[in-house]
Design a protein around this ligand. Structure first.
Ligand SMILES: Cc1cc2nc3c(=O)[nH]c(=O)nc-3n(C[C@H](O)[C@H](O)[C@H](O)COP(=O)(O)O)c2cc1C
Length: 163
């Protein structure tokens, strides 16, 4: 993979998250990753940022609380079964990354998947549980019948890698 400047990145945040999905990766205390399809790329506090939404029940949520960095990785369609697997099984129960055989390396507490098409490494700058009282009733009924309301995590973009 080669590292590029942010200004060279030409992608649609909508199709990336909603259609391609990504892996949110952590490697501080423990290596783990989970599939995510909700998120965005944008600007905040004059910084390029990544926003992700993680339910408290996810093991990744626990690890994100402790870690200073996370990565989001996007893959080609051939890796869809791996993303389905990592989006169904919890790393709390087993070393799911080793089990699915996807290759990766860790550098300075960040997780890099070797076969990704795009990796964005972020420094965590905000962790904000969503206030369920401020979510519209129809969304709440649909998305949170059992609570477990997402935490919004915002990371400042530190590195962009493409295949
Ligand atoms: C396509 C897809 C998208 C998902 N998007 C999210 C998401 O944006 N936020 C979230 O909290 N969970 C999402 N999940 C569920 C987690 O990936 C799943 O619960 C995972 O097993 C959590 O793993 P962990 O317990 O090791 O963190 C998604 C799952 C799939 C299959």
């Amino acid at each position: 993979m080669k590292q590029i400047h942010l200004s060279e990145l030409n992608v649609s945040s909508f199709s990336l998250f909603n259609y391609q999905w990504c892996l949110i990766g952590v490697a501080g205390d423990k290596v783990n990753a989970m599939t995510a399809s909700w998120g965005g790329l944008g600007t905040l506090w004059n910084k390029a940022v990544v926003t992700i939404y993680v339910r408290p029940s996810r093991y990744t949520h626990v690890l994100l609380e402790r870690d200073d960095h996370f990565t989001i990785s996007f893959f080609g369609q051939q890796h869809r079964p791996v993303l389905n697997y990592l989006g169904t099984i919890s790393g709390r129960d087993k070393d799911k990354i080793a089990e699915c055989g996807i290759s990766y390396h860790v550098n300075q507490g960040a997780l890099y998947f070797d076969d990704a098409e795009l990796i964005i490494k972020c420094k965590k700058i905000l962790t904000q549980p969503l206030d369920e009282h401020r979510i519209s009733e129809d969304i709440k009924r649909l998305m949170y019948p059992n609570g477990d309301v997402h935490t919004m995590v915002i990371g400042e973009v530190e590195e962009v890698w493409i295949k």
